[in-house]
Design a protein. Structure first.
Length: 317
């Protein structure tokens, strides 16, 4: 049996983040898992339908803890003492990275950040994480529990909300904050968030310039998806860096990832390899992307995309 304390998170709209649902999938893959989740702040209504064993309702967490996470750290630290979990699982978010490191320090236990895969057997934890700037993946063994693990978003497919966990309420001590957030500036986003999109249409250097991204946008609109890009395309100034997928960009795990004019470098794949199906459009049949893709078209995007868009519109009509 593996007891897991999962630190869940909600987005600005109070919805459970995809990264949290992905972390649940990761936890479900551990050996005979018993999963308890806690959502710093207010747990969303939907948490009561998660496929986990229990939820701890935190009583005293205020919005002023946003971005500082002192209260969250204190609450979760006291939960560690109460629940004694084998694995403490967080997403590699601001909260996860900050609180995860603090928890491990306070409890003097292992901190294993930025993992792509996690498994365990016989009291040993095995994780896979990128090394050498993402040029390689390495397997690490954590020889004993407990350990704090952060998971890179997009590494697992999100769990469905189809459970009925028991609800536990615990009184937490209020913490005097040592700092206060005086202002926050939200990133302005249009359309579907890249990390949440079920379809991502990504373009790379093979597009040759910024204009073709409008074709990708049309396709993404038709499919209800979002536009991504390789770092080469972002560095060239063809599209904003907020669209970058990969090791130093965003991690995505859509149902379908369409890579257009992208070679499939390991640093790019680090951000999209957990997609359910990758579709590649590339002129070079030896391009690495075809090793990763489930479906591929060897061809020039200029010939392939217009008929692809027509076909999508026809199917939708
Ligand atoms: C530390 C580090 C971090 C990095 N982080 C990231 C990251 O987060 N994300 C990322 O993407 N990269 C990242 N990179 C860069 C990465 O190594 C690659 O250089 C980059 O992904 C290449 O982008 P690309 O596939 O668009 O370009 P290229 O590798 O140049 O590939 C272009 C592809 O387009 C094809 N093509 C050309 N013309 C056409 C056409 N008309 N129609 C169809 N196909 C065509 C070509 O055959 C080729 O396969 C990182 C690198 C380092 C060192």
């Amino acid at each position: 049996m593996t007891s897991v304390l999962l630190i869940g998170e909600c987005d600005q709209n109070g919805e459970i983040t995809q990264a949290t649902l992905q972390a649940i999938t990761a936890a479900m893959g551990l050996d005979d898992p018993r999963i308890t989740a806690v959502f710093p702040g207010r747990p969303p209504e939907l948490a009561k339908r998660l496929p986990i064993d229990s939820i701890v309702i935190a009583s005293e967490v205020t919005d002023s803890d946003d971005g500082i996470f002192e209260q969250a750290t204190a609450d979760i630290s006291s939960l560690l003492l109460a629940k004694k979990p084998d694995v403490i699982l967080l997403s590699k978010s601001d909260l996860g990275s900050i609180v995860g490191a603090r928890l491990a320090f306070r409890a003097d236990i292992a901190f294993v950040p930025d993992c792509l895969e996690i498994s365990n057997s016989k009291g040993q934890l095995t994780v896979i994480r990128p090394v050498y700037g993402g040029s390689a993946l390495a397997e690490f063994i954590v020889p004993s529990y407990p350990a704090v693990v952060t998971l890179r978003p997009g590494s697992y497919y999100p769990a469905d909300e189809d459970g009925a966990p028991s609800i536990d309420s615990i009184e937490f001590q209020n913490v005097e904050p040592s700092a206060l957030v005086v202002d926050t500036v939200a990133e302005v986003r249009e359309g579907i968030r890249l990390e949440e999109a079920k379809v991502v249409v990504s373009g790379g250097r093979g597009l040759g310039g910024p204009e073709p991204f409008s074709v990708l946008e049309n396709i993404a609109d038709e499919l209800g998806g979002a536009v991504g890009a390789s770092r080469a395309a972002c560095d060239a100034g063809w599209i904003d860096h907020s669209h970058q997928v990969g090791l130093t960009g965003k991690s995505v795990s859509p149902d379908v990832y369409i890579a257009v004019g992208i070679s499939g470098a390991s640093q790019h794949m680090a951000g999209c390899s957990s997609s359910r199906a990758i579709v590649a459009i590339n002129t070079d049949p030896d391009s690495n992307i075809f090793r990763e893709a489930r479906f591929g078209v060897v061809g020039d995007w200029e010939n392939v995309l217009p008929s692809f868009l027509d076909a999508v519109r026809e199917l939708k009509a």
